[in-house]
Ligand binder design. Sequence first.
Ligand code: ADP
Length: 191
Amino acid sequence: MTNIILFGPPGAGKGTQAERIRDNYNFLHISTGDVFRYNIKNETELGQRAKSFIDRGELVPDDVTIKMLAGEIEKADDKNGIIFDGFPRTKAQADALDDLLNEQNEKIDALVSLNVDDEILIGRLKERGKTSGRKDDADENVIKNRIQVYYTETEIVKDHYKQQGKLHQVDGVGSVQDITKRLNNVIDQLI
Ligand code: ADP
């Protein structure tokens, strides 16, 4: 399997591009944000635990997130790999992911970082907020908090994989198709 982390701040386009990668390469797409939203909508115990953090633009605690992720990875059996979208978001999550994959004789092959300036991110998230129905996109303070949390808690995950020689940087500004091409160029070298 080829296992890739699609990385970047909120609004970088991870979700959009991850779906295209999933379809192009027959990968399992794991979006932790989508799994949380599904659980909130269905009022599960996990959803109830996660909701207040998500509404404030904070990270859901690592123990809750890691446990959920472990369950999702098990669905990858008949796939060519996994595309992780929104995970790992902390150093502890990165360590847990490496351990989980290691137990199955698997590993992360690459972290692909989508690079987009903050002003563009804020604009995209506000625009998405008009139609997404996502509470965390509707409030500019929550948007700014999410971007802040990215820099304080999440960005170090890049260094974790850079030290392993697995960091790839991709310009995340341009048309959806152009960015997909840039990502495909990177992924084609990995599979
Ligand atoms: P975005 O990248 O636009 O912020 P996501 O759908 O990836 O959107 O995540 C939405 C929210 O879900 C995050 O702001 C956070 O509260 C929570 N979340 C998602 N993934 C994680 C994670 N790996 N660890 C902790 N919280 C997470």
